[in-house]
Structures are given as C-alpha cells and as structure tokens.
Design a protein around this ligand. Structure first.
Ligand code: XMP
Length: 512
C-alpha cells in the first residue's frame, strides 16, 4: 500500500476535488465515508486524515460524526469547513451559527505563519461556504488566520498535529490553496510524493478482482476515452472474464467501427463483440425530427441490442461503465453517507436495472485528465486518449432533420475533412470538441457554370474545461477558408459552410 491520505467524506461536493488535489501532488488519497470504523482506518495506515466539508451543521442533533478515536492515532488531522467545526466541537471548543453567513471570496489575513501557511504571503483571497463558525477553539489550539467574518479561519495544534481551515483550499478560487495542501502533505504529514497513476493501476486491479471474483463482466465500449480506459483496466484485472460489446448504431463517424476494432485488437487483448445494428436504428428513426424523440429511440434501441448480445453470452453479473467523477451528480447517498446526495449518471441509461446487473465503475473517483493519464499508463495510443467527446446518440443529434443515409454520408465526409484539417494544423488538441452539423437548409450556389441547390454544413468548434460552459474557438481565417473550400469541393451534396459563433450558455455545445 502506498503512503495514503485518508479523506473522510461528510458529503461536500468538493470531497473528490480534495482527493484529486492530493493525487496531483503524487500522494495517494482515498475517500471513505465519514463513519468508517477505526479498524478499517488502521488497516489503511494513513499518513494523515482530512475531514471534508459537508452540508450538515455540527449544531444539529443528528450531525454526521467520525469515530472520535481518529484523534488518538497520533497522525495529523486536517478539518476543512464542516471538518474544522467538527474538530472544534469534538475536542472541546464551541461552534455557533454565524450572524452573517460567509459565501464566496474573502480576504484571509494570516496572523502567525502557522505550518499550513509556510512560505505564503500574509494575505490571500480564499473561497468560503459556511453558515456556522467556531467561536471558541479547543485547548491546545491557536488561531493562525482570520477573515472579516471568521475569527478562526485557520487553527492549529502543532503538538497534536491537528489543523483546521474554515475556507476551501481545494477549490480553484482559493489563492495558493494548492500550496496550503502541499504544506499539509509534505511538512506536516511527511509524505514522500512518490505515488503515480501506475500505482493506481495496481490498486484498481486488486479492487476489481475482489469485487468481481470469478463472475463475468460486460462493458459497453463506445471507443471514447472513458470506456476504452475502463476496458483496458478491467481487462488487466480479470482478462477472460470481461467481454466488451460495441454497438454500431449506424450513427458513427467515418471509419469509426473499424478504428474501434483496430484499437481493441492492437491494445486490449480481451474479447470484443461487435453488434452491427445500423439498419435497425435507422429503421426506427425513419421520419423522426424531434430531438428528444430521437434520443429516446436511440437509447431504447441501444438497450435492446445490448440485451440481445448479453443473452447470447449467458450468465453475466456485472456491467462495467467508464463513469467518471464529473458524471456523478447529486442525488443518492455515496458510500452509505446520508449527508451526501450523489447519483451515478448511467452512461447507458436504465441498463443495470433492466438486466439486474451489478455496476462496476473503476474510474468513478477520477477526473477526465486523470483518466487520460491512466490510459497512457495502460499503453493506449495518444489518438484514443486525446479524442474529443462524442455523444451517445452520435450523428443522430447532428443531423437536424429526419435522418437518412444520404444526410449521414454528407455529414460524415464533411466531418472527416474538418477533423483532418484540425489535426494537420495542430488545432485538434487545443479544442474540447469540434464537429460538423448537417443543417436542415438548402442553399443556392454556383459551381463552374452550373447552379447548385444543396445542403449547408455548419462547423462547431469549442473550448471548454468541463462542457458545463464553453466558448466558440477563434480558428484562424486561413484554416476556416481551407476547411470550407475542401468541404464544398470534396463533398457531393454540400455547397455552403457556416461557422457557429455561440457560447454555452446560452447555447449548448450540440445543436440538438
Ligand atoms: P451540450 O450539448 O449539452 O453537451 O452542451 C455537453 C457535452 O455532453 C455531450 N453530450 C452527450 N453525451 N449522451 C452523451 O453521452 C448524450 O445524449 C449527450 N448529449 C450531449 C456533448 O457532446 C458535450 O460534450
């Protein structure tokens, strides 16, 4: 087991961000529910413990509490927000409801250069989110920083190695937050910082083996980064017990099926089943224009096809998915923690329930860039790791009319040219996503001496870090000119190209 920082989760939406910040410093971190037993904690032998924030109040009767024995282990403990207030309450201080709640940015004045602030300026802008505050600190502690609203915004008991922060050092808006975390890891917990994603593979492989035993697993492979990395990881853990299923829904991009099969043959030794269901999907989508109806039909048909493939396999117990942390959104308890309302967004909606399968989600603690790093460690090629996201309903939501084979052909060819030029110009890697959209419009043109009346293709290219917000990319004139000229010259059926200059919000990345 590598040196580990244990993060006890009290339900904060930032708990996994804390864990990620620690991993970024090459220190392994594990998130466990707040009420994890002492024996489990001891077995983990952590270098330090972090008590996360959370939505509860330590003033309420049923506030979530950790085992008090964590304070007798002799290892450093850092409480963040609710975690700080918990330490205050459990170790003999006093917490009260604030007269003025503190949300968002505030100025932190560092009074004494406590260990957490070693090497940092005397004032910092930090990010807060709390309605309670510690008003009397426990014996042995001293205040080391304050904000206008919190007299004890940071506290320490150097002797017992207990530390508390009222603000969130893990969020990006907290200036020097990473440095504060580094001080905790390296000065206080004495971590070596020699963990990396390669070690994550070992831990994940072990965990998958324990969870799956000798049972069989199926995985819906899309060829995107997440499902490919999940397949490679699970394959490494349980090899022959895994079967990946790739559904060709007829809404894929140019050569996509062949590329996925090649990826599998070259890099993932396990079993792959390919279901060629394009005709079935296109049949069901015939004449459908409404985007929501399209999505529903595509989702339902996917489940039918997948189900059929699984039945051919016989007994299967687990459905593996490449769910990432950002896919995990608030709604059901995580790890038995009733305070944290977290729901898994099923990539293949409804499948596990319908097929009575258990879920295997080995990437659910990771963020996209961490998955890319993991993919690299697993030996997947760069073009797979750095691939733009592609929506489940595929080109179905990029043909803005009823879907016909002809529209799909035009769109595929135009899209392939766009992507090819982005690769050649070095722009592909700078974008979150880029693709063509087939508009339900025809326009008049002139080619040679002939009048044309053909389709309009729209180019969409956006920058983003998480798809929640996005901006249209300022692609150079020359590049746009080349792409437009190639599409109009090379794609039969397109005679006009337009560029989408809308940001998200108020627009979305996809058009449907
Ligand atoms: P929007 O269009 O909502 O898209 O700004 C945000 C991100 O999500 C992708 N997307 C989907 N992915 N199934 C998916 O797996 C879907 O139905 C779906 N719809 C949108 C989109 O490509 C972008 O990356």
């Amino acid at each position: 087991m590598p040196q580990t920082i244990l993060v006890l989760d009290f339900g904060s939406q930032y708990t996994q961000v804390i864990a990620r910040r620690i991993r970024e410093q090459n220190v392994y971190s594990k998130v466990l529910p707040y009420n994890t037993s002492l024996s489990v904690i001891k077995k983990l032998n952590p270098q330090g413990i972090i008590l996360s924030g959370g939505p509860a109040s330590v003033l309420s009767k049923d506030s979530p509490l950790p085992t008090q024995k964590i304070f007798s282990l002799g290892i450093p403990v850092l409480g963040i927000c609710y975690g700080l207030q918990l330490m205050g309450k459990l170790l003999g201080g006093e917490v009260k409801k604030c007269d003025r709640r503190e949300y968002g940015r505030s100025e932190l004045s560092i009074q004494k250069g406590g260990k957490l602030f070693k090497g940092l300026p005397k004032t910092l802008t930090v990010w807060n989110s709390h309605g309670d505050a510690i008003v009397r600190i426990p014996k042995g502690f001293q205040g080391i920083a304050q904000t206008e609203n919190s007299q004890f915004s940071a506290i320490e008991d150097v002797k017992r190695k207990f530390y508390g922060l009222q603000f969130h050092p893990e969020v990006e808006h907290s200036e020097q937050g990473v440095e504060v975390i580094k001080n905790f890891l390296f000065s206080i917990c004495k971590c070596d910082g020699d963990w990396d994603m390669g070690d994550f593979i070992e831990i994940a492989v072990e965990k998958i083996r324990q969870q799956v035993g000798s049972k069989r697993v199926i995985l819906g492979l899309s060829g995107g980064v997440d499902s490919s990395v999940a397949a490679a990881l699970i394959d490494r853990a349980i090899g022959k017990q895994l079967t990946s299923i790739f559904v060709d829904n007829g809404l894929l991009r140019q050569n996509e099926r062949e590329e996925v099969i090649k990826l599998f043959n070259d890099h993932i030794p396990g079993k792959l089943r390919v279901a060629k269901a394009g005709k079935l999907f296109l049949g069901k989508l015939k004449g459908i224009i409404d985007p929501e109806k399209k999505r529903k039909i595509i989702g339902k048909t996917f489940i039918e096809v997948f189900d059929k493939e699984v039945k051919k396999l016989g007994n299967v117990d687990f459905l593996a998915q490449g769910t990432l942390y950002p896919d995990v959104i608030e709604s059901v308890p995580i790890g038995g923690n009733p305070a944290a309302l977290i729901k898994s967004h099923h990539n293949v909606g409804g499948l596990p329930e319908k097929m009575k399968l258990k879920l295997l989600e080995p990437l659910r603690e990771l963020f996209k860039d961490e998955v890319r790093l993991l993919g690299k460690k697993l030996g997947l090629p760069d073009h797979v790791i750095n691939r733009h996201p592609f929506p489940g309903p595929g080109l179905g939501v990029r043909v803005l009319r009823d879907i016909t084979p002809k529209c799909l052909t035009v769109l595929r060819q135009a899209d392939a040219i766009f992507i090819d030029e982005l690769h050649r110009s070095g722009w592909y890697g700078k974008l979150w996503q880029a693709f063509c959209v087939f508009l339900p419009v025809r326009s008049v043109g002139v080619m040679g001496d002939e009048r044309t009346y053909e389709n309009v293709i729209c180019l969409r290219a956006v920058t983003s870090s998480d798809a929640m917000t996005a901006d249209w990319a300022k692609l150079p004139d020359g590049l746009l000119r080349k792409i437009s000229s190639r599409i109009i010259n090379e794609v039969q059926g397109a005679n006009r190209v337009v560029y989408d200059v809308s940001s998200k919000p108020p627009s979305t990345i996809e058009w449907e």
